[in-house]
Design a protein around this ligand. Structure first.
Ligand code: RP5
Length: 178
């Protein structure tokens, strides 16, 4: 794991006795520094999750297996990060009825606008929820909202989270106003 760029202890769920509810996949280990931010949010909320690399064009058969088996393994939402042509989220969404959240990863040449357009412009019938470029935080929070729709414990944690970020802003405002 240490050989993968950006990998550290934060990408593992540490809830080993529970089946993962959220699957984080990405096209390349080069996406990991972006996607690990989402993993940390899931960890903070105590959501069991898994993280792996699934490439639509380099490992198409692995992608098919992942997408078609995810729901029966207990996964409830898939977060898929990809850069460049970024067809991974759409292809996965085409092979499952689970909600898929796409994270456009900023590449070196087109600043991630290529990935954003690839992911957000899914044709009619196969929805992919798309967050802002590199915004794995929002992808994780949206995945938690999906879970909270039928798992009230996550609803409570979300409410606490939003109180904490409001307090953070109010604290900063108070310092500025002094
Ligand atoms: C995509 O190509 C990956 O999601 C990554 O963002 C991009 C570049 O991959 P590497 O060349 O860094 O492996 O498939």
């Amino acid at each position: 794991l240490a050989q993968i760029q950006g990998a550290d202890e934060a990408v593992s769920s540490e809830i080993e006795d529970e089946k993962p509810l959220v699957g984080i996949i990405m096209g390349s280990d080069s996406d990991l520094p972006v996607m690990a931010v989402g993993a940390r949010i899931l960890k903070q909320f105590g959501v069991p999750f898994e993280v792996t690399i699934v490439s639509a064009h380099r490992t198409p058969f692995r992608m098919t297996k992942y997408a078609t088996e995810a729901a029966t393994r207990g996964i409830r939402t898939i977060i898929a990060g990809a850069g460049g042509a970024a067809h991974l989220p759409g292809m996965v969404a085409a092979m499952t009825t689970l909600p898929v959240i796409g994270v456009p990863v900023k590449g070196s040449s087109l600043d991630g606008v290529d990935s954003l357009h690839s992911i957000v412009q899914m044709p009619r019938g196969i929805p992919v929820a798309t967050v802002a470029i590199n915004n794995a935080t929002n992808a994780a929070l949206l995945a938690i909202r999906n879970l909270a729709a039928f798992m009230p414990e996550y609803q409570l944690k979300l409410e606490q989270y939003y109180i904490s970020i409001e307090d953070e802003v109010l604290g900063k405002a108070a310092i500025l106003e002094k």
